[in-house]
Each structure stands twice: as structure tokens, then as C-alpha cells.
Design a binder for this molecule. Structure first.
Ligand code: FAD
Ligand code: NA7
Length: 541
């Protein structure tokens, strides 16, 4: 609107999670630019601000689920357990913001509604829901890849008289103690919220559509020696992370499942089961679980046997036992299957007995049963990766919207830039790495920082990735994904969890090591995959 206040900046960062915070630090504290970050949330922290549900825990190990750009910061992180809880991570990120004096440069409760690139001036104009407009040369978006919530639409859901909540927008005042709680969904989040809520709820009903494979998290206190070891071995740890595939802080196995005999194999699974961790179970045991169907089935069988051992009621065990590929994001838990032995927990298989409607009292399933509820928790996941991008209006060169540009599915080069949107850089945009995320976020922020420095130092007003390069990157991501079993499983990694969403590749599954070398090749060669405004202004002879 005409009455909007206009702020002129060098750079605007949208999002104040792991990505946005480090980007703001990079632009302000290292590059000396006039930069501001905005977030629609009421606090910083992104994922860890929004997901305050009971049981929210990282499934990356804490010693690598943090920043590595400042060794002194790393050595001060007070975490004492293998995995870290939501309040601890939120406190850490707030501490980072204060440590680098970033708070006064972050505008909270300020959502970007639209952004438009003006080609003659080479600037972005970003409008917000706060009557504040920003004009800047560089736009960096860190909108989150698991951030746009997916709410299911059941008939009558608006008539429910209890509390209806999504785990990814958890209200701080909600206490489940003594409540009749229904949970829709049993992915990573559902698994955590069910396990943590059952002991405090009066009754918990899990509405499960597809059973999933889960292994124990094995969360525990680290010994002082282990903590000291992480601090003393800072360089070696991050060197290993940067040269690995999943960036999870362990060496991925290259052993083939059937190179061992049955007893040896069993011992490997058993050791991983006792040690704990979903990523370790899938990637540290054998090198072919995610790529070979027979190997995958062998690991799946082991988990199925464990479910049968843990769950007492055979019918409940049957419902909890997956039969499809073990090829979604690997889950781990703090007693998930055991939870279904509790007398106050009911499992409803909504594939066999679907949710017919929601009434003011609760959920009615097709068999006519009314499940009375005080709280209905939707642990139904996210419109992953591009969800927050298509919810706003972003216009690039020639007025093309990002939604139009992505009508065949979201694309990018390196997960960071997309053709026709000059000087716009995405953190964890489509077809970025699928890893433990902080190391990938740091890798991207550092590359973006270099690109911004490069553009600022030359006469070029902007850089824009070449469409052919973008298409090649999409093809690369598709080819790699097709070599894995992940592409055969119906989950958010391929956009298969959202009704009507085009099923397409959303990640680069080539691993962090390869990814970093691709990035380094691009920047050290002077950004050959990009055009600049000079190319546009100087007519070809
Ligand atoms: P986010 O933290 O999602 O931050 C994005 C921010 O952008 C949000 O605060 C949002 O409000 C803001 N935003 C979006 N749109 C707009 C707009 N239009 N205007 C203004 N602001 C906007 N990853 C791991 O590697 N290991 C884990 O163990 C792990 N556990 C997870 C557990 C949960 C429950 C969830 C949901 C995710 C988990 N993740 C995990 C993924 C996690 O999202 C990333 O690790 C990381 O936190 C992403 O940081 P980010 O800054 O890119 O995005
Ligand atoms: P996920 O992994 O997408 O899981 C969502 C769950 O919700 C899953 O069990 C779905 O069943 C279920 N779901 C979704 N919609 C419905 C409807 N309409 N009816 C019944 N059940 C439904 O999301 P999470 O939040 O658990 O995890 C996402 C990532 O974020 C995770 O990796 C963490 O890093 C955090 P389905 O399997 O589709 O049958």
C-alpha cells in the first residue's frame, strides 16, 4: 500500500530459524552489510519455536545438531544428552542470537506476503503483513522445509468443541494431563507425541493410517568424557561430517547385507538396535538398506520381529507392523511400541476403519464408533520444502511468479537459486541436500555469503542462474533419487503426503561431500552457471 513505510537495505533475510539466524550473522557481522531478518513467528528458532509438543526431540545427535562456524560457541553448548529436546535447542538458538547481537535486527511477527523483482533497478521489493516494506538488493529466504503445516480436512472438523491443534503450531498453554487425547498421524512427530503423552493423558487414541518402522532412540546422558571428547575433537568431527553423506556424525557403512551370514547380520542389527538411533540403524549397519530391496527387507524383518516381541496383544501388534519398504525418513523412539501395551492407549487403524467425520465430541470412524476427545492432535506433517514458497507471491524477471515457474514441480540449482529470480537465494530450497541439516545449512549460507560478496565486488547488479543449468540439476537429483528406494515410498521426501501435490523429487540425495564439492567448483570458477545483468544489457555481437 502507498502508506507503507519503506526500508532500504542491502539484504533482507526471511525466516529466523537455524538458516536465517546464521545468514543474518554472515551478512551483518562478517560482510558488514545492512541486513535485517523478519519472521512471522513470535520468537526466533523456526522449527524449535513452533514445535513445542510433548516429546519433541532432535533425531540427529546433539554433537552435530548445532553450528560449527565458531569453535568457541561449540565448546560452550551445555547439552548433556545424546539427542536434544525442543526447549534446549530453542534456548541454544536464542543464545546464538544474543551472542552475536542480532536480536535488534530481527523483526518478529512480520510475515512476507509478496516479493517482486524490479529489473531496471535490480532490487527486490518485499511487502509484509505489518505495513512495512523492504527494498533490497539481495533477498535470502530461509522459510523452512518442514514448516508449512498440513491440516487434514475431515467433514465436521470445524464443529469439534475440544482443542484442535497441529504439532507444528503447538499452543504454549496446552497441557494434556488428564485429557482424552486423539492423535492423527504416526510419523516422526506422531511417534514422539504419542509416546510422551500417553503417560499423562487420561486416554490416548492413535489414529494410524500407515504403520512405520521405528527403532529405539537410545537417548541417554553423555558421560563427561564423551562431552569433552566432542569439544577436543572439534576439527576431526566436522571434517568427518563434511566428508560424509548424511552428515550425522558417523561413518556410513559400505558393507553389503548379504556379505555376512545370517547370525552375523543379526548381531549387527541387534547392536544397532541396542545402541539406538534411526539414521544409525539405516546407514551405519549396512551400505545397501536404502538401495537394495532384498537388503531392505532383511532389515525390515528384524524390526518386525522386535515389534512382535514388544507388543503384547497380537492384534495390536499386527496393526503396528509395517509390510512395505523401510524407506521413509528413518524413525527412532523412546518407547513407542511399548506405549501400546498401556491400558489407556487405543490404536485405530484408519486404513481398515477410516475416519468418517468429526463431531463436537470427537472422531466417528466408519464402523460407527464415536471416540470422545478433549484434544485432537494433528501430527499430520508438512507441505514440505516448497510449501511456504507457494503460500506467498514471489515475482521475478518479467513478472513471472514462482508458482508459475514451479508449475511442474519445484526446481532449483543447488537448492539455492532458481532461474528468473536474480539475487534471490534460498536456504534449503527444493533439491538441496537430504542430511542432518545444520551442516548443510552452514554450507549453503557460506556459499550464499560468497556469492553476495562476489556480486557486490563486481559491476554486476545481479546474478541469475541459467535455465539449462537448473534443468540439469533437477535431472541429476531425479537420477540419484531413482537409484534409491526412497523414491518408491510414499512420504514427504517426494511430496507424496499432500493430497493433490505433484509427486516429484525434492532433494539432492547425493550426500553432503559431493554437494560441497559441486558448490566449491561453481564458486571457484567464478559462477559460470549464472548470467548477470551485464549479459542482458550488452547485446550479443
Ligand atoms: P525453520 O526452522 O523451519 O525456520 C523457518 C522460519 O521461516 C519459520 O520460523 C517460519 O515462521 C518462517 N517463515 C516462513 N514463511 C515466512 C514468511 N512468509 N514470512 C516470514 N517468515 C516466514 N532436522 C535435522 O537435521 N535433525 C533433526 O533431528 C530434526 N528434527 C526435526 C524435528 C521436527 C519436529 C521438525 C519439524 C523438523 C526437524 N528437523 C530436523 C528439520 C528442521 O526443520 C531443520 O533441522 C532446521 O531447523 C531448519 O531450519 P530453517 O531455518 O531452514 O527453517
Ligand atoms: P510425516 O512424516 O509426514 O507424518 C505424517 C503422519 O500423518 C503420517 O502418519 C500420515 O499417514 C498421517 N496423516 C497425514 N494426513 C492424514 C490424514 N488425512 N488421515 C490420517 N493420517 C494422516 O510428518 P511428521 O511431522 O511426523 O514428520 C515430518 C518430519 O518433520 C520428520 O522427518 C521430522 O524431521 C520432523 P501416512 O503415512 O501418510 O499414511
Amino acid at each position: 500500500a502507498a502508506h507503507d513505510q519503506i526500508h532500504e537495505l542491502d539484504a533482507l533475510v526471511v525466516g529466523a530459524g537455524f538458516g536465517g539466524i546464521y545468514m543474518l550473522y554472515k551478512l551483518r557481522n562478517e560482510l558488514g552489510l545492512d541486513a535485517v531478518a523478519i519472521d512471522k513467528a513470535g520468537g526466533v528458532g523456526g522449527t524449535w519455536y513452533w514445535n513445542k509438543y510433548p516429546g519433541a526431540l532432535s533425531d540427529s545427535e546433539g554433537f552435530v545438531y548445532q553450528y560449527s562456524f565458531d569453535r568457541d560457541l561449540y565448546e560452550q553448548t551445555p547439552w548433556k544428552t545424546k539427542f536434544v529436546t525442543q526447549p534446549e535447542i530453542l534456548e541454544y538458538l536464542n543464545g546464538v542470537v544474543d551472542r552475536y547481537s542480532l536480536r535488534e535486527h530481527i523483526q518478529l511477527e512480520t510475515g512476507m506476503t509478496d516479493a517482486e523483482f524490479d529489473e531496471p533497478s535490480g532490487t527486490w521489493t518485499v511487502r509484509t503483513d505489518r505495513g512495512v516494506t523492504y527494498r533490497c538488493r539481495f533477498l535470502v529466504t530461509g522459510l523452512g522445509l518442514l514448516s508449512a503445516t498440513n491440516m487434514p480436512s475431515f467433514p465436521g472438523i470445524e464443529t469439534f468443541e475440544g482443542r484442535l491443534v497441529h504439532t507444528g503450531a503447538w499452543p504454549e498453554d496446552l497441557d494434556l494431563t488428564g485429557k482424552r487425547v486423539g492423535v492423527i498421524g504416526n510419523g516422526s512427530t506422531g511417534n514422539q507425541v504419542i509416546t510422551a503423552s500417553a503417560p499423562i493423558a487420561a486416554h490416548l487414541t492413535s489414529f494410524q493410517r500407515t504403520p512405520q518402522y521405528s527403532v529405539p532412540a537410545g537417548n541417554r546422558e553423555l558421560t563427561p568424557e564423551q562431552i569433552q571428547h566432542h569439544r577436543d575433537n572439534f576439527d576431526a568431527i566436522w571434517e568427518q561430517v563434511h566428508n560424509s553423506s548424511t552428515a550425522m556424525g558417523f561413518v556410513e557403512s559400505t558393507v553389503e547385507t548379504f556379505s555376512l551370514d545370517e547370525a552375523e547380520r543379526e548381531a549387527v542389527y541387534e547392536k544397532a538396535w541396542n545402541e539406538g538411533g534411526g539414521f544409525r540403524f539405516m546407514f551405519e549397519t549396512f551400505g545397501d538398506i536404502a538401495t537394495d530391496e532384498d537388503a531392505n527387507e532383511e532389515a525390515a524383518k528384524f524390526i518386525r520381529r522386535k515389534i512382535a516381541e514388544v507388543v503384547k496383544d497380537p492384534e495390536t501388534a499386527r496393526k503396528l507392523t509395517p509390510t512395505d519398504l523401510y524407506a521413509r525418513r528413518p524413525l527412532c523412539d523412546s518407547g513407542y511400541y511399548e506405549t501400546f501395551n498401556r491400558p489407556n492407549v487405543t490404536l485405530v487403524n484408519v486404513k481398515e476403519n477410516p475416519i468418517a467425520k468429526v463431531t463436537e465430541k470427537g472422531i466417528v470412524t466408519e464402523d460407527g464408533t464415536l471416540h470422545e476427545l478433549d484434544v485432537l492432535v494433528c501430527a499430520t506433517g508438512f507441505d514440505a520444502v516448497d510449501g511456504n514458497y507457494v503460500r506467498v507471491d514471489i515475482r521475478g524477471r518479467g513478472g513471472e511468479t514462482l508458482k508459475e515457474h514451479w508449475s511442474e514441480g519445484p526446481t532449483s540449482y543447488l537448492g539455492m537459486t532458481t532461474a528468473g529470480f536474480p539475487n534471490m537465494f534460498m536456504i534449503l530450497g527444493p533439491n538441496g541436500p537430504f542430511t542432518n541439516l545444520p551442516p548443510s545449512i552452514e554450507t549453503q549460507v557460506e556459499w550464499i555469503g560468497d556469492a553476495v560478496r562476489h556480486v557486490s565486488a563486481t559491476d554486476a547488479g545481479w546474478i541469475d542462474v541459467k535455465p539449462d543449468t537448473e534443468a540439469e540439476w533437477t535431472q541429476t537429483c531425479t537420477d540419484i533419487a531413482n537409484q534409491t528406494l526412497f523414491s518408491k515410498a510414499a512420504g514427504w521426501i517426494f511430496g507424496a503426503n499432500i493430497p493433490g501435490k505433484k509427486r516429484t523429487v525434492l532433494f539432492y540425495l547425493g550426500g553432503l561431500k559431493e554437494y560441497r564439492s559441486t558448490l566449491a567448483a561453481e564458486s571457484s570458477a567464478g559462477y559460470p552457471s549464472y548470467t548477470t545483468n551485464d549479459d542482458v544489457l550488452e547485446p550479443a555481437i
